[in-house]
Structure formats: structure tokens, C-alpha cells
Design a protein around this ligand. Structure first.
Ligand SMILES: *Cc1c(COP(=O)(O)O)cnc(C)c1O
Length: 227
């Protein structure tokens, strides 16, 4: 049994009902994804469009591909034909561009609004005012469907800070739900929690946890990946 299989099988019983695991396979070879697939894992997360395209071409068709990274407009075309969920909508212009490309493929693509909840400057995401502005244009975009929110907590050992950032994201979700999505059952996803903080995220209402190193081992960024 490979480490990937062992890791998946040991984490699975810890994940409560109602929370789905996105196995974040960025930088890792297709063979490792195949291992996870062999024990029933179907949701995989990637953060580079070309890397995801190449892996999609090599791997089984019933994999659900989740795009979790910052998405550049000129790369949208590499993921739209097959992507299951884009976690990282961080501007109206990106949502409009996704809508346009999805229309070409006659698809309605599910998306999450990414919020900036961390104190770090480097993390992408909307604030509440930008989300309200974006929502003014949502009815004009028939080829995208907003199904929830996503965020990344600050990378810190301070668990109370992480908890309060996740709590903030959840309250944004509740607020958007009542304001714009009260009659839309599909608006139900809160994507939060990574390898080092997913237990806290689950306690604060996560429905999608995104685990990379816990499943596939540490990443080696010394190797340049195709972006
Ligand atoms: C890489 C990445 C993850 C997974 O990170 P780990 O710490 O390895 O679990 C989750 N979410 C996003 C957006 C990522 O880029």
C-alpha cells in the first residue's frame, strides 16, 4: 500500500458527514492521483490551469476537478470544458470572463466567491463591498452559478486567530445566503481548511476541506511546474 492510500484511509474516518475532501494534488504526479483514485477519492484540487489540463487528459473521466488557485483570464480556456468547481472567483471581471468562456461550451460552471479573510496581504480575495458590487451583475451571467464561498486563514500557530477568520467567512456565507440566495438551495458550500487547520474549519462550518500535504506529502517547489 502506498503512503497516499494510507494517508487517505487514515484521514477519512475523521471527516464528518456533510464535509467533502478535496485532495489537493498540485505539483504531484498523475500516478499519485491514480493511487488516491484507486481507493475511491474523486475530488481533486489543482492551482495551475495547464497542470490541471494535462492531468485531466491522463486520468479517468469521473474525476471532479476543482480549481483552487488564482485564475488568470488568459488561462480560463484550459479548464472550462471539464472543471467541476472554481473555488477562486476574486473579481467581477473574472466571473464575467468565466461566464463568457462557459457559454462557448454551452456549460453552466459552478463557482465560489473567494474572500480575503487573512491578515496577510498576499492572499487574494474579495471583501464584502466588492461582493455586493459583483452581485449587482450576477443576473447578467447565465453561464456561471455561485454555490458558496471560499477563504484561506492566516498561516499562523495562533489557533484563536484562525478560528475567528473561519468564523468570519462563515458569517459572510450566512449573510450572502439571506441577502441573495435565500431561494437557491445550491448556495451551500463553505470551502475552508487546509492540512494544518482543517479541524478548526470543520468546527466552524466548512463543507469542503482542501488537503494537500497531509495526503500527498510535502511539496517540492524547487521543481518548476508548467504554469
Ligand atoms: C495548496 C493549497 C491547499 C492545500 O495546502 P496543504 O497545506 O498542503 O493542505 C489548499 N488550498 C489552496 C488554495 C492551496 O493553494
Amino acid at each position: 500500500m502506498t503512503d497516499v492510500i494510507k494517508n487517505i484511509e487514515s484521514i477519512r474516518p475523521l471527516i464528518p458527514d456533510g464535509v467533502r475532501l478535496v485532495a489537493v494534488s498540485k505539483t504531484k504526479p498523475a500516478a499519485m492521483i491514480q493511487d488516491a483514485y484507486s481507493v475511491g477519492q474523486r475530488l481533486f484540487g489543482e492551482n495551475k490551469a495547464l497542470e490541471m489540463r494535462d492531468k485531466h487528459a491522463q486520468l479517468p473521466d469521473d474525476i471532479e476537478w476543482h480549481f483552487i488557485g488564482h485564475l488568470q483570464t488568459n488561462k480560463i480556456k484550459y479548464i472550462i470544458p471539464y472543471v467541476t468547481l472554481i473555488h477562486s472567483i476574486d473579481s467581477l471581471s473574472l466571473l464575467q470572463a468565466v461566464n463568457k468562456e462557459a457559454a462557448k461550451h454551452d456549460r453552466v460552471v459552478d463557482c465560489l466567491l473567494q474572500f480575503h479573510i487573512a491578515t496577510e496581504e498576499t492572499k487574494f480575495g474579495l471583501d464584502r463591498a466588492e461582493a455586493d458590487e459583483l452581485m449587482q451583475h450576477y443576473a447578467e451571467l447565465p453561464n456561471v452559478r455561485i454555490v458558496g464561498v471560499m477563504g484561506m486563514a492566516t498561516n499562523t500557530d495562533n489557533k484563536e486567530q484562525v478560528r475567528s477568520e473561519f468564523r468570519n467567512l462563515h458569517s459572510i456565507f450566512v449573510d450572502l445566503k439571506s441577502k441573495y440566495f435565500a431561494d437557491r438551495p445550491e448556495f451551500k458550500e463553505v470551502s475552508m481548511g487546509m492540512s494544518h487547520d482543517w479541524q478548526i474549519a470543520v468546527e466552524e462550518g466548512s463543507t469542503l476541506i482542501r488537503l494537500g500535504s497531509t495526503i500527498f506529502g510535502p511539496r517540492d517547489y524547487g521543481v518548476k511546474v508548467n504554469d
